[in-house]
Structures are given as C-alpha cells and as structure tokens.
Write a protein that binds this ligand. Sequence first.
Ligand SMILES: C[S@@+](CC[C@H](N)C(=O)[O-])C[C@H]1O[C@@H](n2cnc3c(N)ncnc32)[C@H](O)[C@@H]1O
Length: 276
Amino acid sequence: MKRTTGALDWSRWLWAWLQLPKVTKADGGFSGMAGAWSATSGDAAFAKVGRLEQSLRRDMRPMKQRDFGVGCPQEGRLRECRVADLARSASSDVRKGQWLMAATRYQSAHLERPLRILELGTCLGSGGDYLLSGGAEGTHYLGLEGSEELAQFTEKRLARHQEEGKEVRVAPGPFADTLSDVVSGPSVFDTVFLDGCHEGDALRAQWEALQSVVAGGALVVVDDIRWSGDMHAAWLDLSEQPGVAAYDLFRMGILVVGQNNTAYRGVRRTGWSQRA
Ligand SMILES: C[S@@+](CC[C@H](N)C(=O)[O-])C[C@H]1O[C@@H](n2cnc3c(N)ncnc32)[C@H](O)[C@@H]1O
C-alpha cells in the first residue's frame, strides 16, 4: 500500500480529518486527557525530554539497527546509521510526546495509582521517556525492541526514571518472540503504545494478541495511523471494535478499551491545535 508522502497526500488526509466529528467537553475521558495535554506544555519534565530529543537530533554517533520490519528476513537485517538519523526519522517528536505524556498523566490521576506501561518498538527511547514522565511513582514500563543496540540505548536512557521510583525493562528481540512472552505471561497493562510495525495486518494481529493483557479502561496509543492507507484502514478496524472509544489526533490515535457505552462508537477528532 502506498506510503503517505508529500504535501498533496498530507493535505488530503488533513481535509478528511477535518470532516470527522469533534470530541466535546461532555466526553469525560477525553476532556481529562485534553486537560493533561494542556498542563504538560509548561511542565519541567516534559521540557527535559524535549531538550534531550533535540540533542539526539545532532548526535552523529554510529548506531546499528537490526530491522525486523516487513520484507526483512527472519533474523532481521542489519543497518548502520547515526543516532541523529533515528532521532529525526523514527522517534516520537515533541507533538507526539506531549500526547504520550498527557495519556499517562491522565491515566495515573484517573486510576489513582502507578501504571503498567507497554511499548512495542522503543527505538531510542523517546516515546518511553515521555510515557514514563507522565506516570506516577511506582509505574512499571516494559519496552519491546527488535534491535539489541537500540534496546540497550533505551534502557540506559530511561534509567533516570528508576531513580524516581519507577521500574524500567526493555526486552530485545523480534516481536514474534517478545510479544508472545508478554501475552503468555501474568502482566496486565494500563497504557500500551503500538509503534513497531507500520503495516495494517501486523497492527491488527498485535491488537488481537494483546486482548488478554490489556486492562479494562486501558489506553492504547496507535502511532502513525496515516503512514499509509493500509495503516489507516487497520486503525479504523480497531476503532470499530465494540466497547472502544477512538480519538483521532491526526498522526496518532488513542483507543480507550472496555467502554460499555454505545455512544462511544466511531472515531472523533481532537481540536486543531491538539493535533499530534
Ligand atoms: C518508529 S520506531 C519506534 C519509536 C519509538 N516508539 C518512539 O516513540 O520514539 C519503531 C521501532 O520498532 C522496532 N521494530 C519494528 N518492527 C519490529 C519487530 N517486528 N520486532 C521488534 N522490533 C521491531 C524497530 O527496530 C524500531 O526501533
């Protein structure tokens, strides 16, 4: 399926996005998240992750990435690049980061306890950094990352959250192995960030696999929902699952699972300024 590229593709997506019904203040779950989103912009922890992200965009150290994406052999394909390339092309930027931090901040306040966070695809740990920054003390984070070098980089980067009473673990290896371990284990998650494979069928399969370990009321953040028509079709399939409330942030989407209210059906979009 054709990848979204160039101004024309993006303006078509933008036009279609603007036609979606907008969330309203009456939607309790979303207003809570939107409130956390606004509060995050003046937050010192948020600014700290943003500064680190900027410095990684200038970091010319070499980095090895073992790619397990579509079309790669089972053992992955080794690519050599620079930290800066990955920071610019594959890491969550500040707009996405603001929503990631808002999601965990809202979720911790709403549940009144630390969170159990799962991220599929950590890359340089940017998404994990934002997610952990919003979680209350005692929050547990598990990242799954195919590339050994990136898993180590992420674990090192996120170590400072352990000093703040949070727990961080990054499991290296292809999702075919690590995700199977997660879904056959005892852990349940309150916040899940799906940011590994940018391919519709893989996204649907991850969603299916995770059903047994996603807690009722969990937030599932899906990245790059307009990466291609194929990714967007998969996002719509997930949004239409019974009991799911779906918020379209333009580049990312957030699903709230376990909502029994039929009024939640269908995708609604955020305000213009809140686009991820
Ligand atoms: C877009 S990047 C993740 C960015 C990160 N979540 C963030 O917010 O900054 C995708 C990551 O998923 C990993 N990945 C992709 N397919 C994978 C697979 N099948 N198994 C394991 N890791 C995979 C890649 O190595 C890459 O680091």
